[in-house]
Structure formats: C-alpha cells, structure tokens
Design a protein around this ligand. Structure first.
Ligand code: 7RM
Length: 646
C-alpha cells in the first residue's frame, strides 16, 4: 500500500494521533460513558437517563432514552440567541454572482413561519411531509420546520421522476408536499410543479401542495390543494414554539436503493442522529469558529441532510448551499463559488473531481482558492490519481484531504481521517471514527483476523452500535433486520467490500451486492430492471455495472426484446429504453450501454448468472468461469458478439 502523507499540524481538541488512539480505545471499551459525554453537544429540554439500550433479537436500538430535545431548537434558536447576525446559510444561486446570506436570526423567523404554515395545513407531530425542492433556502427551512413541530420529513431529490416521487409519497403517507414552480439547473429549467401534479394525481393522502416561487413562470394551481409558499409564510407569525421530542422520535425518512425491490425508506431519529452528525462534522473536519463549510451535495441525498443542514447548523457554522452544477457556466464554477464565499472547507464527490480534472487545470488556476484549508470527498472510492490532483492542484499541497466513508443508513461518517490528525493515504478512508468497529468477514460469515503487517480483504461489517445509525425501514422493520442484520449474525452488513492494509488502514473497494454507484448515486439493478420492464418491447433484462472513467460505474443493460419487436430498428429500441428509464426513475439512472440479446445466461434453475454479464460488461470476453451449468451455453457467444459490436 502507498506511503502515508503527514497532515498539516493542528491546535484543537484532538491534538495527536496518540490522543485519537486513546480516545478510540475508550469509545470501544466503554461506549456508554463515551457517548454519554457526547450528549453534552446538544441542548436538552429534559436530560436522558440511559445512553444505550439494545434489543438484539428485535434489532432495536435506543439512544439517550428519557431525554427530550428539539432539532430545530438546537440548529437554529440557540445560535439565533448567541450569534444572531452570523450567516447560517450562504446561498449560491444558479447564476454566477447570485448570493444570499441568511443569518441565524433570519433562519429562525423563516423556519418558524414555515412551521406555522404546516400547522395551519393540519400537520401534527408524527405526520409526514414530502419535500421536493431545488437547492434553495426553503429546502432547509422546510426540513427545520418539520423538525420544529415534530413532523417527519421525506426529502426526495428533485431529479427523480414523477413515478419515483409518487411511490415515495405513498410509501411514507405524506400529507403535504412542498415543491417549487420551477428549478433552474445550469442552463435548464426543471418543471418541478408539473412533476408533482403528475405524481399526486388522484392521491387522497396528499391534502396540500405548497409551491415556492423560484422563478417568475406561472404554473397551474389546483384550487383547494395548492398554495404559494411565500404568500402562506407572509401571513404567519415569525415565532413558533418547538415541540419537545423524545430522543427516539422519528426525524426523517430518506429513500435509498438496495439490492432488491423498491427503494427503502431509511428512518433516522432525533437525538442520536443530531449528536452524531454534529460530532463528526466537528471532528472529521476539525471545525473552527469562522469556517465556511461548502458541501456541494444536494439536500436530496444524505450528505446534504447531514453535512449541509443538520451537522453544520447544530454546530453554529456557516453552510454554503449551492444551487447550480459544477460546469455551469463553465468548469471553473466551484472554484469561483469558493472564492466568492471564502469557503474554508470543500466537501465534494470524486465523480465531480474527475470531471473537473478532465476539464483542465486552467479552470482551477484562474481562481485563487486561498480561503480553502481542508478538502473532503464522499460517495464512492477515489482513485489515487484524482486524490493527488485534488491535493496538488486544487489544494496546492496546503490542504489535508478527508476521504469519508459512510452511507444513508449510517447517518454520518464512519471511516475517515480526522483532519490534521490522521496520516492520509490517497485512496484510503484510513481509520474508524470513535465508537465504530469495522470488521471484515468472509462469504461464510467468519471474521477475518487482521495482524499488523498483513493485508486482508472481505465483506465490510460493523460490530458496534453508534448513535447516528438508522433505526428501521419505514413500515418494514422485518426488511431492516433482514437487509442489514441477518447476512452475518450480530453484525451490521454494509454491502461494501474493503481491504485492510498492513498498517490497519481501511480501503473501501465498492459494493459487493447488486447496488450500483453511478456518479456517487446509489441505484439498484433490480430497480433498473423493473423500470426497463415497463417498456413494451422488453421480455426480460439484466443490469450490471462496469468501470466508467467519469461516473465511477456505468450502467450496462442486457435486454431481451419480445419476438414481435425483433424486426424493429435496434437503435430506436435502445433510445426508447433509455427514455423509459429516465421517465420511470429519473435522468441519473439512464443506462450508459444497452445490448440487445436473444437470451440471458441462466442456470437450469432459472437464475441469471450475473458473474458472466459483469465480466462481459467489463470487456472481458474470455475466462468467464464455469459455464457448463448454463441451460443454454450458446447465449454466451452471442452476448460476447453483441457486446463487441456496440
Ligand atoms: C454518503 C453516501 C453509500 C455507498 C457506500 C459505498 C459508497 C460512500 C465512500 C464510498 C468509498 C468512500 N451515502 N461510498 N463514501 N466508497 N469511499 N469515501 O454516499 O447511501 O448514497 O451511498 O457509497 O459503496 O456503501 S449513500
């Protein structure tokens, strides 16, 4: 493994690696005492009496029991009282030069107004509210307004289709949908309100649709259901008492893809999630009082929840919210936002870095970037070349890089260097965060023992509980248990593979299940196959991933068309299939390659041998392994020929 790079000195709470080691040991040996102390990071209305209770049989984790608190109070009110004029949200709009500073005082008023609107619409504690918004301050107001009154938000990424949105609204039973008339995104405008109209058509659960006016475009409004958010907010008062929630009351649902079935509604609760995101944001990024934290994620993903909204605001930091895309109007946009906002921390995805690197160093060098002191990555493995470019060109070798490994289900970062403390290795997420006990197991579930000086590889599991972990899947606790806690008994299975190197550092290699990671977005192959099935021409299909220069993984679909479509133009069919997937899931799921075949390689019991399809998609046409168990080994030849052709 590569040599490690020493971090650039530091001066705060975790001064040295030895201190990290000591605290880490403490956190593992006595988690209740360790996490009990972390409870002091937030303001309680009523103290907790028990740090952690676990029912292993039921897979029921309960953190900070007996406590009462409010997330909105912690992220807004206490800072509005102490530092009212500090910028909470620094909004960077779609057009260059378009900025808005929202102070903690203003944030409090807006959140209160929006909370009052929700109450006026009949939203009560425990009710679900769907948020389908672009990256505008209203997205944060809406999340915090839900938290304020104890409603559970379900943010749906505004790039998802009407059908995906509808499924999520139904699954969570959302009473209210908050959206915008339109979403500017680079040179385009997305007709969000129209998508919502299609999504909620005929749905009785949805009583109200609140429409933020992001542009001046008129949209049709359904009388009795739709109202404009700004008008509603201006009619409400700017104060709203908080609902004191129990520690384990639900905070939000966030849908994420798995290896089977429809996306799962991952549920996070109040105290543990807040404490964990605040603590990781503080220590991983070595947070300083004047930091300007620029995370380029969208609030539709967990990274936006934890490191644009909850972590930074709980810590009283300034959080940059970026509405546009990295290549609008050109590939220097991120660096121009860094300069304009004087961002000190930049947290982004390897897929964005690969694209920006390809655009050429001039775009970077045109901008100063001198405000930056720390760089972060998240979402997928980062290749060492991109890491080095980030370090040398973007950071001018001045900034440490934190490669943070985590998941929607983990709530916050689990494996990452601590800025200024942990020696870095390009491509490695290095060490576990406090209280986190990673473990590699083989296919049979046997733990693989690690010894200093030897590298091991296996399925990445977690052997401890941590406050930020998901508590259940909305409405389906059995699926929660089966997905995460049954493959390997008494361990949480991440779905990732990993190496642990000679020094004990962790290198996450990617998913080992049927989940793809396309440009940092999680997409299940089962979801893609069921989307393709909605096209009339499709008899059956199988989707696998393959290495893609820019996206990390590309989507490769093998499709068997029905006999009556066999004579049609292949390019036309392929175009239509791509359109179907865009329509059913959304543009991020568009297959990169589609190969039409007359059959899939199946075993005699009818199971698709994905191993073969994966190899062919990787461009490997020989040594496909044992194919004698296939019902029809002849299809392999045909698949190879078809793959070579297009
Ligand atoms: C935060 C987020 C989770 C999956 C996870 C991994 C992959 C995330 C890294 C990474 C290597 C990283 N949530 N992943 N971070 N792989 N190094 N630093 O991305 O639920 O959308 O995705 O992403 O495969 O299981 S997520």
């Amino acid at each position: 493994m590569s040599k490690s790079i020493a971090p650039h000195g530091k001066h705060t709470r975790i001064p040295t690696l030895a201190e990290y080691d000591r605290l880490y040991r403490e956190s593992i040996e006595d988690p209740r005492s360790f996490w009990g102390k972390q409870g002091e990071r937030v303001t309680w209305f009523h103290p907790f009496h028990s740090v952690l209770d676990i029912d292993t049989e039921e897979v029921d984790f309960s953190w900070y029991q007996g406590g009462r608190l409010n997330v909105s109070f912690n992220c807004v009110d206490r800072h509005a009282a102490e530092r009212p004029n500090k910028t909470a949200i620094l909004w960077a709009g779609n057009e260059p030069g378009e900025y808005k500073h929202i102070t903690y005082r203003e944030l409090k008023h807006q959140v209160a107004r929006l909370a009052n609107v929700l109450k006026a619409k009949g939203v009560q504690k425990g009710d679900r509210v769907c948020i389908y918004l672009p990256m505008i301050p209203e997205a944060a107001y809406a999340m915090l307004a839900c938290a304020r009154i104890g409603a559970v938000h379900s943010v749906v990424f505004a790039g998802f289709s009407a059908e995906s949105l509808r499924d999520r609204i139904i699954d969570a039973g959302c009473k209210v949908v908050i959206t915008a008339n339109e979403a500017p995104r680079g040179p385009k405008k997305v007709a969000l309100k129209h998508i919502v109209d299609v999504a909620v058509d005929g749905l009785k659960v949805v009583e109200s649709v609140l429409v933020a006016r992001r542009t001046s475009t008129d949209v049709p409004m359904t009388v009795g259901r739709d109202t404009f958010l700004d008008e509603e907010m201006s009619r409400q008062r700017s104060t709203c008492p908080v609902e004191w929630m129990a520690s384990e009351d639900p905070l939000f649902i966030l849908y994420t893809s798995g290896s089977t079935g429809k996306p799962k509604g991952v549920l996070h609760t109040t105290a543990g999630y807040l404490i964990y995101t605040a603590m990781t944001h503080d220590l991983v990024f070595d947070l300083r009082p004047d930091d300007i934290h620029f995370c380029t994620a969208d609030v539709g993903w967990v990274t936006g929840h934890s490191y644009i909204v909850y972590g930074p605001l709980c810590n009283g930091a300034t959080s940059v919210m970026f509405e546009s895309v990295p290549n609008y109007p050109d590939s220097g946009r991120i660096w121009s936002v860094v300069d304009d906002t004087k961002a000190t921390i930049l947290y982004t995805a390897p897929t964005a870095l690969r694209a920006l690197r390809r655009a050429g160093d001039d775009f970077v060098k045109k901008h100063s970037r001198k405000s930056l002191r720390l760089l972060g990555t998240v979402g997928e493995p980062i290749d060492p070349e991109t890491w080095q470019w980030y370090h040398d060109v973007v950071g001018e070798q001045r900034c440490d890089i934190v490669d943070t490994w985590w998941q929607t289900e983990t709530g916050g970062v689990l494996i990452s260097p601590l800025a200024g403390v942990t020696p870095m290795k390009p491509g490695s997420a290095t060490r576990p965060f406090f209280g986190v006990k990673p473990l590699l197991v083989d296919e049979a579930g046997a733990p693989i023992e690690w010894k200093q000086g030897t590298a091991i590889q296996g399925n990445l599991c977690l052997a401890s509980a941590w406050p930020g972990q998901a508590r259940t899947i909305w409405g389906d606790h059995r699926r929660f248990r089966e997905t995460y806690f049954s493959k390997f008994p008494n361990l949480y299975f991440t779905g990732d593979g990993s190496t642990r190197d000679e020094d004990g550092d962790w290198w996450i290699t990617g998913r080992v299940d049927d989940v793809l990671n396309v440009s940092g977005h999680r997409i299940g192959t089962a979801e893609l196959e069921s989307a393709l099935a909605q096209n009339d021409a499709v008899a059956e299909s199988a989707v696998v991933g393959y290495p893609h220069d820019l996206k990390g993984q590309g989507i490769y679909a093998y499709v068997v068309v029905k006999p009556e479509f066999k004579d049609q133009n292949a390019d036309q069919i392929i175009g239509a299939l791509k359109e179907t997937v865009r329509h059913v899931i959304g543009p991020i799921a568009t297959p990169d390659r589609i190969t039409l075949v007359s059959g899939l390689p199946k075993t005699r019991s009818g199971k698709v041998m994905r191993r073969i399809l994966r190899k062919v998609a990787h461009g490997q046409f020989t040594e496909l392994g044992d194919i004698t168990t296939l019902a029809d080994p002849g299809v392999v030849e045909e698949i190879i020929a078809a793959a070579k052709k297009g």
